[in-house]
Design a protein. Structure first.
Length: 539
């Protein structure tokens, strides 16, 4: 269906339509287990009945802290069937962050993987709420009434996953059908916590229609077909993992292929063995794939997908990875998340440059505060339309700052809108720094470094300088088997960039894990800057 013919539906309604059309097709491959669309509906209904039996009602908040398993998918779908709001919990959270998330979101039921990647999440939870071993709700989390654990030793107050599933196999509790029938497309579907590049994330409220319409608009421009096999690199706790991967597959009946967590070697094997035709991610993810020792494009059959990447990486995605129909994407959690997206049939030069159009019914403008800027000017990207969030949960102060006086969403991102209506995203406004009066966007310097044959990934921040105010500091990883010195890379930049853009400091690192990376594959610039200040004694 075209975007002009969009019909508002709930996730449950879309799921049933997909099952009617593609029930026997493979829907999900996770942990090497395979599920048809019929299976997904059956398991989702089981989860819905179990949640209802635990007292979950329309509008209640259900948190999921798990890797990318089928259990995550069917719990999310099951919660949606009865009108509950899923709160995805970042698997990188520690006790303090977990406490903030569960408390702020007023979570009623938590489904938690006891031990994921060797991390004791129940131990983190126990520090937050000791009452999990005696009686819930407790004092620390007075809204948390029920706990369900996947794996590990089940606490006294919790249900094991097997017990939860058995509960869902019993007859539906009284009022179950009415609960399902009461759900509307304008109900909240997800409380998406922002990715955590700030101290404490905010809970973005997204409706069924926000996310499903966004997924349909993206999938249409991406050219998704039911026979596609879409490899998802993103964690499901990230909105790119739900809207732009999971719900895109749901809307078009395609098969979602995923791993519990992203690791480039395992991802390359899965891409090859499952004959995936689509994938997506940001620049860091694609650079990790192409820079891995096991990378062999001859084993892959990728046709397209999307990337949130600069021109140098987009060029390599097409020429090296072989994704000829890759589309450029820009968005943010507060916009469900996609704002502009290429059509896969757009000329290659437009897709490489990241120049893409907003979706029908979505408006974009460029402003300096409240002052609108003409076409071709660089300024803050502001958005209005059906994809914009209802707001942040229980955060009036943040809501007031998020919107202009005339109702446009302030993205905090820097961009240029062409006379043809195509947007180019330049960088984060808060990441831009001034070198002797010149504005420098980190992406401008990162693009120069990425053009070097040995560089796999590059991250740049501004650090203090007595004379110029700030100067660039760069961190890079090298491709497997490649060699380059820090002096060589600085010289490379000097030959190709204005002096104020050349890194004053540069370090070659093995990866960004120790420095700070969010689960969505984004490097945390604030932590990177803190690391730079310590390393070069610049505080």
């Amino acid at each position: 269906m075209s975007s002009t013919a969009w019909q508002m539906r709930t996730l449950g309604q879309v799921l049933r339509l997909t099952v009617d059309a593609h029930g026997e097709r493979e829907a999900l491959v996770s942990d090497r287990k395979r599920y048809r669309w019929n299976d997904i509906l059956d398991h989702s209904l089981r989860a819905a009945r179990a949640l209802a039996a635990l007292g979950v009602k329309r509008g209640d908040h259900v948190a999921i802290l798990m890797g990318n398993h089928a259990a995550w998918v069917t719990t999310f779908f099951g919660a949606a069937l009865i009108g509950a709001v899923t709160v995805p919990v970042n698997t990188r959270f520690k006790s303090a962050e977990l406490a903030f998330c569960l408390s702020h979101a007023e979570v009623k039921v938590l489904l938690i993987e006891a031990d994921f990647l060797g991390i004791d999440y129940l131990g983190f939870l126990r520090k937050v709420e000791p009452a999990i071993d005696s009686a819930l709700p407790g004092k620390a989390l007075p809204r948390l009434a029920r706990l369900v654990t996947l794996g590990g030793k089940t606490p006294a107050t919790a249900l094991s996953w097997a017990e939860f599933c058995r509960l869902g196999e019993e007859a539906a509790p009284a009022g179950f059908e009415a609960l399902c029938a009461a759900v509307t497309p304008n109900d909240d579907l997800l409380m998406q916590f922002t990715s955590g590049t700030t101290a404490y994330p905010k809970g973005v409220l997204l409706t069924h229609d926000n996310m499903l319409r966004n997924a349909h608009a993206v999938g249409s421009r991406m050219g998704v077909r039911a026979e596609d096999r879409y490899f998802n690199c993103r964690p499901f706790y990230h909105v790119a993992g739900t809207t732009l991967s999971l719900l895109v597959s749901l809307q078009f009946g395609a098969c979602m292929v995923t791993l519990p967590t992203f690791e480039p070697g395992a991802a390359l094997r899965m891409l090859a063995e499952e004959k995936c035709t689509l994938t997506s991610g940001n620049d860091t993810i694609f650079q990790m794939l192409m820079g891995h020792a096991d990378f062999d494009p001859a084993r892959l059959v990728l046709r397209g997908g999307w990337a949130a990447s600069g021109p140098a990486t987009m060029r390599k995605i097409i020429d090296v990875l072989g994704m000829r129909a890759v589309c450029a994407a820009y968005g943010l959690s507060e916009a469900s998340p996609n704002v502009v997206f290429n059509d896969h049939r757009d000329p290659e030069e437009l897709r490489v440059a990241g120049r893409a159009l907003p979706h029908e019914g979505v408006e974009v403008r460029i402003a300096d505060g409240e002052r609108l800027l003409p076409a071709g000017s660089q300024g803050e990207i502001q958005v209005r339309g059906w994809n914009v969030m209802r707001g942040y949960y229980n955060n009036d102060e943040a809501n007031a700052k998020a919107f202009t006086a005339d109702g446009w969403l302030r993205t905090g991102d820097l961009g240029v809108l062409g006379a043809d209506g195509r947007l180019s995203m330049v960088g984060r406004l808060k990441d831009v720094f001034r070198v002797g009066g010149e504005n420098v966007a980190p992406a401008e310097v990162e693009e120069v470094l990425l053009a070097h044959a040995a560089v796999a990934t590059a991250q740049v921040v501004g650090v203090p300088d007595a004379r110029l105010g700030e100067v660039p500091a760069a961190f890079v990883t090298l491709k497997a088997g490649a060699t380059a010195s820090e002096t060589e890379l600085i010289a490379w930049c000097k030959a190709r960039a204005a002096n104020f853009r050349v890194p004053r400091y540069l370090e070659i690192v093995a990866d960004f894990e120790a420095i700070g990376m969010t689960g969505s594959g984004k490097v945390q610039k604030n932590r990177l800057r803190e690391h730079a200040l310590r390393k070069w004694e610049l505080a």
